[in-house]
Ligand binder design. Structure first.
Ligand SMILES: Nc1ncnc2c1ncn2[C@@H]1O[C@H](COP(=O)(O)OP(=O)(O)OP(=O)(O)O)[C@@H](O)[C@H]1O
Ligand SMILES: [Mg+2]
Length: 251
């Protein structure tokens, strides 16, 4: 499988090096409260967390522990009820929906458990889509999307629709779509949750490659085996971080 990822493709700054120690995500005492009174749920409870450029983190925890809520805040899909969130040193805690949407578009790539591709578009068109909002010219969009898919080993599948692809192939299209704008941060919520072992390993190999080329990655997973591909494991329970340590492969 041709999965050679050049630094230019994956590094948000277009550089091949990991400029260490620059914080990308800074959460300070973040809470997210749903409902009120009896029905109140503190999905995130005073979470403080810093993730630096080039880090590869896994967020783990039981069902209902607050992982997706935390990812949605990090990904600017949701805002904290309390606390401060700085993304790449910009305070985004109180930004309105439109500003958050713009930041998401430019800075963040998302990968979901169920791929979330548009079934009426080809693989190539799915990858082109995020560039439409950024005013990238037509030929440039074609060129970048083709290159991203080729790097995912899907150069022969550009014109296929999602229903003509396997789950693993669909997830690789979704990763191409997530990285094509060279995001600052790649977020993945259970990226291998719907895949067989072989396809999951292929996805993890891509993440490894992206990490090696400087991408900052945060993924949610239930699987200890998957988490072990990352470098740092953050464990969440009842909306709080209960453990934050190097992954076993780093020890
Ligand atoms: N929109 C919502 N309205 C009310 N409560 C919510 C909402 N979204 C999540 N919750 C609650 O917040 C808590 C955390 O949910 P969250 O989806 O973040 O957990 P999770 O760790 O991602 O779980 P899973 O592993 O099942 O995906 C749960 O108690 C959940 O019921
Ligand atoms: Mg979840």
């Amino acid at each position: 499988m041709a999965m050679i990822l050049s630094a230019q493709t994956v590094n948000s700054q277009g550089e091949g090096t990991i400029s260490s120690l620059k914080p990308v995500v800074q959460l300070e005492q973040i809470s997210r409260i749903y409902g009120s009174g009896e029905a109140m749920v503190k999905a995130c409870d005073r979470i403080s967390l810093t993730i630096h450029r080039g880090e590869y983190c896994a967020i783990m925890g039981e069902s209902g522990s607050g992982k997706t809520t935390l990812m949605n805040i990090i990904g600017c899909l949701d805002r904290p009820s309390h606390g401060r969130y700085r993304l790449d040193s910009v305070d985004v805690s109180h930004l309105g929906k439109n500003r958050l949407a713009r930041i998401r578009n430019r800075q963040i790539g998302f990968v979901f458990q169920r791929y979330e591709l548009l079934n009426n578009l080809t693989a190539l068109e799915n990858v082109i889509l995020p560039m439409m909002y950024l005013g990238v010219g037509r030929r440039q969009r074609q060129r970048l999307a083709t290159a991203a898919l080729q790097r995912m080993g899907l150069g022969q599948r550009l014109d296929k629709r999602p229903t003509q692809l396997s789950g693993g192939q669909q997830q690789r299209v979704a990763i191409a779509r997530a990285i094509v704008n060279r995001p600052l941060l790649l977020l993945a919520d259970e990226p291998t949750g719907a895949l067989d072992t072989h396809s999951a390993e292929a996805v993890m190999a891509i993440f490894d490659e992206l990490h090696t080329n400087g991408m900052t990655i945060v993924m949610v997973t239930h699987s200890h085996d998957v988490a072990c591909y990352s470098k740092r494991i953050i464990q969440v329970s009842d909306g709080r971080i209960v453990n934050d340590h190097l992954s076993p492969q780093e020890m």
